[in-house]
Design a protein around this ligand. Structure first.
Ligand SMILES: Nc1ncnc2c1ncn2[C@@H]1O[C@H](COP(=O)(O)OP(=O)(O)O)[C@@H](O)[C@H]1O
Ligand SMILES: [Mg+2]
Length: 584
């Protein structure tokens, strides 16, 4: 209905200016003819003119309303579509700066451009009708006008369309700069970073950088505005010239009695209006090109193929008689980050069996968190195999991994949600409506007392962006642990889960650990020997390989990297040896 109106209203409007011009001509002639020539009364013509002008005013207001409401509706729909499509894309895409540029482009009022594209097509068509009818009338009176004006209009149209496309390309390339400016603005205003930014007096530094970027953008845009100005000025100057030559010719013919005063009146009025109409039509075509370019970006974004594993349906493994596959098995796993040339993991093999807790240790940057990301299916291995519950990671759907695996990532995410939701998010489909279970989990990880001390208890809004209460790093980490325990999965991965916890909190978590882990297979990444004491077996990651494996005692016996680091720990204390806290 609304779409039909978007098309119909401008088309109706398009005929009105020419109709008005004809009525005006008849009116002028009627005043002179004294009613001769079978014409209607002056009152009738004024009446028709009133009705047409009224219609014109009405359709113009209706167009404004239709444009606004239609853009709004499209805007909302596309904003959600962009989120939906982004969800299906491979994680590694989001690490590409060029993909972020595309995202920035696509999020710039996509609905507006889509609506304008349709609306501009219709409006251009309507303007073409208006123009043709006006031109038709004028051509009958003085054909000279067409002969000169049309050859001017065509190159003007091509030029404006080129300028529009060029401006789009320039502005697309500016997305990188605009993202930098967003970043500088964020650094200068975001509450998470301000303490350090203020302490280092970094705002003037960011201001300088942002101002340089803005100068660059303005310079490029002004160049584009000048190009457009030059074309517009050239066309309009020539058009005014041509129109007045034609007017002179028409006036002379009126003197000779070839044209009526009504003809001259309409000609003078329409000819001056004509320049503006052609200019508006050409500008409309230019912006059509501009919106079309935006739509191309939108189309290419939605054209990006989904992560192929979105379509994988991981079937249940064979019957219970089959020997149960290990919850996690890495065999000769090799992995290189897309942006990098050197492999991070170069032939890593180890297994986490059911009910077993395996510790994973290694220096900063040895690839521990990379393994966590691989197990979560965020990247695919270069070679070797990684299987979760017997299913190769390449065949594991997101749904399957969600059922098999809970992870405490090293980088603790602070969700802006209530305390209760912050825990329920661990399995939100099941837990959002189960406050009793949420409270039980909170008690198990030792969060209950903290939450009850908050103003609104479990309903307190947490988070720095929208929340009432901001927690400390260690408190947030406890929520992350609670989320991992919210879901009962065969495999659990904890990436330095206690790095931000004080010794007391760490002790509490570990005291509960055996009960919380509940016989699940657990991969426990830590640089703390106290934590590693929980592990049945320890895997040492070194130079992209996992050649040292065994119990604490066995590893000391081997007298390799682990034993070396343990000696350092014994003599100097653990701090500063493998202290990964803060790095991801
Ligand atoms: N997204 C990434 N792109 C490229 N290199 C990365 C990325 N993430 C981590 N790395 C690199 O991979 C190596 C291993 O990192 P990580 O697995 O986080 O180490 P760990 O958790 O053992 O400290 C590091 O050298 C790091 O710089
Ligand atoms: Mg790490």
């Amino acid at each position: 209905m609304r779409t039909a109106a978007v098309v119909a209203v401008p088309l109706v409007e398009s005929f009105l200016p020419a109709a008005l011009a004809l009525v005006l001509r008849a009116l002028v002639n009627a005043t002179l003819d004294d009613g001769a020539g079978g014409g209607w009364s002056i009152e009738t013509y004024v009446g028709i003119s009133f009705a047409l002008s009224f219609g014109l005013a009405l359709t113009q207001s209706a167009q404004l309303y239709l444009t606004q409401s239609n853009s709004e509706a499209l805007e909302h729909q596309l904003a959600l579509d962009v989120m939906r499509h982004a969800e299906t894309l491979e994680f590694s895409r989001f690490e590409e700066p060029s993909f972020q540029d595309v995202l920035k482009q696509v999020r710039k009022s996509p609905g507006h451009h889509t609506h304008e594209m349709v609306a501009k097509c219709v409006r251009s068509l309507a303007m073409l009708v208006t123009l043709s009818t006006l031109l038709g009338i004028l051509a009958v009176i003085e054909p000279l006008l067409l002969v000169f004006l049309l050859p001017l209009a065509v190159p003007y149209l091509v030029y404006r369309s080129w300028v529009a496309r060029n401006r789009y390309d320039v502005q697309f390339a500016q997305n990188r700069s605009r993202r930098w400016i967003d970043y500088y603005t964020r650094q200068a205003t975001a509450v998470e970073v301000l303490p350090e930014v203020r302490a280092l007096d970094l705002v003037p530094f960011y201001l300088d950088r942002a101002s340089d970027r803005l100068d660059g953008i303005r310079g490029e845009n002004v160049r584009s505005f000048r190009l457009e100005f030059a074309g517009t000025a050239a066309f309009n100057t020539l058009a005014v010239f041509v129109i007045h030559i034609a007017m002179l010719a028409a006036a002379n013919r009126a003197l000779d009695g070839e044209l009526t005063p009504g003809d001259i009146a309409i000609f003078a009025g329409a000819a001056t209006g004509l320049r503006g109409s052609i200019d508006a039509f050409v500008a409309g075509m230019g912006s059509l090109r501009w919106h079309l370019a935006h739509l191309e970006a939108l189309r290419s974004f939605f054209g990006i193929a989904s992560d192929r594993r979105m379509n994988v349906r991981t079937t249940e493994r064979a019957g219970t008689d089959a020997p149960a596959a290990a919850p996690l098995e890495l065999r000769d796993l090799t992995f290189t980050y897309p942006a990098s040339e050197r492999p991070v993991l170069d032939g890593v093999s180890f297994t986490v069996n059911a009910g077993e807790t395996v510790g994973l240790v290694g220096r900063n940057g040895s690839g521990k968190s990379t393994i966590v990301k691989l197990v979560n299916g965020l990247y695919l291995p270069d070679s070797g195999s990684l299987s979760v519950g017997g299913v190769d990671i390449g065949d594991a759907s997101r749904e399957y991994l969600h059922e098999q695996l809970s992870t405490v990532f090293q980088h603790v995410v602070q969700h802006n949600a209530t305390a209760s939701e912050n825990i329920a998010m661990g399995d939100w489909r099941a837990l959002l409506e189960r406050p009793d279970v949420v409270e039980q989990i909170a008690r198990r990880v030792g969060l209950d007392a903290l939450i009850n001390s908050l103003r609104d208890g479990y309903d307190t809004d947490l988070g720095r962006v929208f929340g009432d209460v901001t927690l400390s790093g260690g408190q947030w980490q406890k929520f992350a642990i609670a989320r991992a325990f919210a879901k009962t999965t065969p495999l659990m991965i904890l990436d330095e889960p206690t790095a931000s916890l004080d010794p007391e909190a760490e002790f509490e978590v570990f005291e509960q650990f055996n009960e919380l882990a509940d016989g699940r297979a657990t991969l426990l990444i830590s640089h703390r020997f106290t934590t590693l004491a929980l592990a049945d077996r320890i895997v040492v990651l070194n130079d992209g390989r996992a050649d040292e494996q065994g119990s604490h005692e066995e590893l000391l016996e081997i007298d390799g990297t682990y034993a070396h680091l343990h000696r350092l720990f014994r003599t100097r204390g653990e701090s500063g040896i493998w202290d990964d806290s803060g790095s991801d």
